[in-house]
Design a protein around this ligand. Structure first.
Ligand SMILES: Cc1cc2nc3c(=O)[nH]c(=O)nc-3n(C[C@H](O)[C@H](O)[C@H](O)COP(=O)(O)OP(=O)(O)OC[C@H]3O[C@@H](n4cnc5c(N)ncnc54)[C@H](O)[C@@H]3O)c2cc1C
Length: 376
């Protein structure tokens, strides 16, 4: 892309490359390459976050006043691309990318001063308590009840599919504080401590057998009302703000890195090579669209977020299939009865990535949002 070849940006890219070459430890890089889960476990991601934090680069998207590096959109894109190229693990998004922007926007000065530095340093590890057994796509149907009691709320109910709740010490949650009016009108947004009595975390296994998400049960869990973000019954606006950050990802850099890795294996069957070339072209188009979204050209951010989520996740799933085919084909050619180590990574990754078109709002729902915005 021409705009990425501006001399100042080339110098920036070199600076990032040099940093990664020196400071990304081999053991972290190797663990990231072996990771099969959707989100990388904190024993791999947090040590890397601490290294980045020391450099002031843990939160590229944050404004400088809160501890971000003060980069432009395009510099952030280059940084993400270089991290993917170097094989750095992605950092957990729940704190840095999801709850932090809403704390900046809706939080009181005390909440900002308390939470933001702890998110940046990795001292607090967050999970997202939105979905419930009866509320996924129809999130406003959520029923986890929060009843005022003195200066607290008392919470009863459950959350499900809560990624990394078994690692987290903090949760941001949507709770029902009223049944009056529209379902969206009775929801509040709370920040809570996972060590609060009455809160229990039960594992759910993924298709590949990993423990990544959970069901979380609330049995008379007491949460101070001071831990609410935004007004009572105004949590839906906070959640909508947050979901834009959850969806608005940079998919192309990581996927380009994966495709390059597959191409580097060499000796590809012509049919597989042509599929690889086709995905490479798709990724060029995706990257162009991501750069366009970053510059704020040609559509609302919410529309871009939905479109990029669909394109990014569906391309990722095709690349997962291609990876299994390429690695499987090579393994078949020199079969010795052993499952090759890279196939043992590619297959669970393929299975776990089936979830990508479901989480952060399923792709059917994203298509619905686009249709409603564009067709009225
Ligand atoms: C790996 C993974 C991690 C997750 N992590 C978290 C987390 O940390 N925290 C959290 O709160 N949640 C999390 N989720 C939950 C996720 O947000 C929900 O799975 C998602 O919102 C879909 O809800 P559901 O599973 O209840 O499916 P449903 O809403 O029951 O949908 C079932 C199917 O029906 C389709 N459908 C539903 N409504 C419509 C419609 N109106 N039009 C067209 N099609 C429709 C959907 O697209 C889907 O295919 C995670 C999910 C996964 C898979």
């Amino acid at each position: 892309m021409d705009m990425l070849n501006d001399p100042a940006l080339v110098a920036f890219r070199e600076e990032v490359r040099a940093f990664l070459a020196t400071y990304l430890p081999d053991d972290i890089r190797r663990s990231a390459a072996r990771a099969t889960s959707v989100f990388i476990d904190p024993d791999v991601s947090l040590p890397w976050q601490r290294i980045l934090h020391e450099k002031g680069w843990a939160a590229p998207d944050w404004p400088a006043e809160h501890g971000g590096p003060g980069w432009s959109e395009i510099e952030r894109y280059i940084f993400a691309a270089e991290c993917a190229r170097a094989g750095a693990p992605s950092l957990a998004p729940m704190g840095l990318k999801m709850v932090a922007p809403v704390i900046m926007h809706y939080g009181s000065p005390e909440q900002r001063a308390h939470y933001l530095p702890r998110i940046l340093s990795g001292e607090d590890y967050w999970c997202q308590g939105f979905s419930e057994p009866g509320a996924g796509s129809d999130l406003a149907a959520l029923q986890l009840r929060a009843v005022p009691d003195g200066s607290d709320y008392i919470l009863n109910g459950s959350k499900i599919w809560t990624t990394h709740a078994h690692f987290a010490n903090r949760m941001f949650a949507l709770v029902r504080t009223s049944n009056e009016g529209k379902p969206q009108a009775g929801i509040s947004f709370l920040l809570l401590d996972m060590a609060t009595p009455g809160l229990t975390v039960e594992p759910i296994r993924t298709l590949a057998g990993d423990h990544e998400f959970n069901q979380v049960f609330f049995d008379d869990v007491r949460v101070p009302q001071a831990n609410r973000l935004g007004g009572e019954n105004e949590g839906w606006s906070v959640a909508k703000h947050l979901l834009t950050f959850e969806r608005g990802g940079k998919y192309a850099p990581g996927l380009i890195g994966r495709l390059e890795g597959l191409r580097a294996r060499g000796n590809l069957d012509p049919v597989l090579r042509s599929r690889l070339d086709r995905e490479a072209v798709t990724l060029q188009a995706l990257q162009a669209l991501e750069l366009k979204a970053m510059r704020g050209v040609g559509g609302s951010p919410a529309l871009f977020a939905s479109a990029l989520k669909i394109l990014g996740t569906e391309t990722a799933q095709r690349i997962d299939t291609l990876a299994c085919d390429i690695i499987g084909h090579a393994a078949w050619a020199d079969a010795d009865g052993q499952t090759p180590a890279d196939l043992a990574v590619a297959v669970p990754r393929y299975l776990n990535d089936r979830a990508a078109t479901i989480y952060a709002g399923s792709n059917e729902i994203q298509r619905d949002l686009i249709a409603r915005t564009m067709l009225g």
